[in-house]
Design a protein. Structure first.
Length: 178
């Protein structure tokens, strides 16, 4: 039976998101022409929170989008004949600084799919990657620009991010395979 170990609680997630929002504004040189794009599912909720923190502190309105990478996955045939596809809605990306937001960075394949999909919707000036948790184990040469925290996890382990909007509570848990 797998064992669950708490990594971050709701307060730690709040602090991490506040730090990430501040770092994002710094790295972007402000908020002008910045678009936050959350990867479905939990990346969307995290991106919305970061957007709220930035807008609250700066008064600026940021562009916002949702991205479902299902049809861009390199293992689509393994999912089965009828994959469940979520919403993709993006503002104009041409010439913008696009910040892709996801919950966990592992192999890099989800981010590769997100980059491919964004390219189909426009040509950003710059793309940054912002993740709540980097768990290592990359299969592609992809790294996050802004990271909330890192976790050491084995290849069979899982890092679960729970958000109150979908799960009723905020937490990050390491689920070790036995």
């Amino acid at each position: 039976m797998p064992t669950r170990t708490p990594v971050l609680d709701d307060r730690a997630i709040g602090r991490a998101l506040a730090r990430m929002a501040s770092e994002l504004v710094e790295r972007c040189g402000g908020t002008e022409d910045v678009v936050l794009v959350g990867i479905q599912r939990r990346g969307v909720e995290l991106a919305a929170r970061i957007r709220g923190l930035i807008e609250q502190s700066s008064g600026a309105r940021l562009g916002f989008g949702k991205l479902d990478i299902t049809l861009y996955r390199d293992d689509l045939q393994a999912i089965g004949p009828r994959p469940v596809i979520g919403e993709t809605s993006l503002p104009d990306l041409d010439g913008k600084t696009v910040v892709i937001v996801d919950d966990v960075l592992f192999t890099g394949r989800t981010v590769r799919a997100a980059l491919d999909e964004c390219a189909d919707f426009g040509r950003p000036r710059r793309v940054l990657l912002c993740v709540l948790v980097d768990r290592g184990g990359r299969e592609l040469p992809i790294q996050a620009d802004i990271v909330g925290g890192s976790v050491t996890a084995g290849p069979r382990d899982r890092v679960d991010v729970l958000v109150s909007e979908l799960d009723g509570r905020d937490a990050v848990e390491l689920v070790r395979a036995d």
